[in-house]
Design a protein around this ligand. Structure first.
Ligand SMILES: [Zn+2]
Length: 356
């Protein structure tokens, strides 16, 4: 298997919902180990330092390692599990999906269910069923059986989804491309610079708890103290039925994206334009994206101390915040090449020019 595909498979098949990132953190550490010196902040974000030809500027490359999931909230006496969402879930993508509960006795598989359609009234059938009315069924028939399986209140629940290659090896299907695809770009960027010079000090950061309010970015930026930041994120592809051109023109296979706007950050305009110019020069297709209903780790990072010039570079993904999202390999490779080209020109003079 191609190294990039193997990396994306390992990263997306590892579990690590917000606040419960240990399994994905271990997976990322094995990849980062040979690439620089690794530190952790006290919330668990991983910070990998790679020295270059100059101490300054300090470049922060940030991607979040956590994925959205659930926590066990309550177990009914009949043996069903009620759950609390961690991150932004859309009720309609949940029913019938498989999940994994990580317990002190090991992994327990279950499925998200609701009252059978045959028993719903006509009025009930026309209503959207909300998360609070759903439950997880692990095949038990009593509370005692659920407890015997090892399930406890507070255990993390992760979407269960296999990684698959689609579309004649051009597209990939899996869970948690938001933001394991960003983590993969961060890792492969650091790998690229093992044998090639860069005029700065690079910090690759895999942050925790982005999906519950950019918490890991808020603390890890204190460790890195960046002069400039590049946020690597999964974007929202708008090329699905029902999306109007004025809502999104981001297309799978159309190239990486650059965010012009999200709910909590407007990027540094000089850095934004530098990315656009660079993409043109390197003949890398680039898409303009605006996300009104969401934010990134940039929200915390660009507000650090007196401010940090920050940009978000994305890989478009369809169906994010569900069990199965799809990305295009060309977009991934083009995003990686764009980030590498950008780091190659971010020397001290260039970074100072962004704030003058
Ligand atoms: Zn994300």
């Amino acid at each position: 298997m191609d190294e990039t595909i193997q990396l994306l498979k390992d990263l997306t098949e590892s579990n690590g919902i917000s606040g419960y990132e240990s399994p994905i953190s271990e997976c990322i550490q094995t990849y980062l180990q040979p690439l620089g010196s690794i530190h952790k902040d006290k919330l668990g974000s991983l910070i990998c330092k790679k020295e270059g030809n100059a101490q300054k500027p300090v470049v922060m490359l940030a991607a979040h390692m956590d994925e959205i999931g659930f926590m066990v909230k309550h177990i009914t006496k009949e043996g069903y599990i009620k759950f609390l969402p961690l991150g932004g879930w859309f009720d309609q993508v949940l029913l019938g999906q498989r999940v994994t509960i990580s317990t002190h006795k090991g992994e327990v598989r279950g499925v998200i269910g609701v009252k059978p359609p045959h028993m719903l009234s006509a009025e009930e059938k026309n209503k959207v069923i909300e998360k609070k009315d759903m439950y997880i069924d692990i095949g038990s028939t009593s509370l005692e059986e659920v407890e015997a399986a090892g399930v406890r209140i507070g255990d993390p629940i992760t979407p269960e989804a296999k990684f698959e290659i689609l579309n004649n090896n051009k597209s990939l299907l899996g869970k948690a491309f938001d933001d394991r695809v960003g983590v993969a770009v961060m890792i492969e960027t650091l790998k690229k610079f093992q044998n090639s010079p860069h005029p700065n000090t690079l910090f690759g950061v895999a942050s925790v708890m982005e999906e519950v309010g950019v918490r890991g970015a808020t603390t890890s930026v204190e460790v890195v103290q960046p002069d400039v930041a590049i946020i690597l994120e999964a974007d929202i592809a708008g090329d699905v039925p029902g999306v109007k051109p004025e809502e999104s023109t981001v297309k799978l296979g159309g190239g990486p994206g650059v965010l012009f706007y999200d709910a909590r950050m407007i990027p540094n305009l000089k850095l934004r334009d530098l990315v656009i110019e660079l993409a043109k020069e390197k003949e890398i297709p680039l898409q303009i994206s605006m996300i009104t209903g969401g934010a990134t780790d940039g929200a915390a990072i660009h507000l650090y101390k007196t401010g940090v010039p920050t940009i978000v570079i994305t890989v478009p993904a369809r169906h994010i915040h569900s069990h199965s999202s799809i990305i295009h390999l060309d977009d991934y490779k083009n995003a990686l090449n764009l980030v590498i080209a950008l780091i190659q020109i971010l020397d001290e003079e260039k970074v100072l020019s962004l704030i003058n």
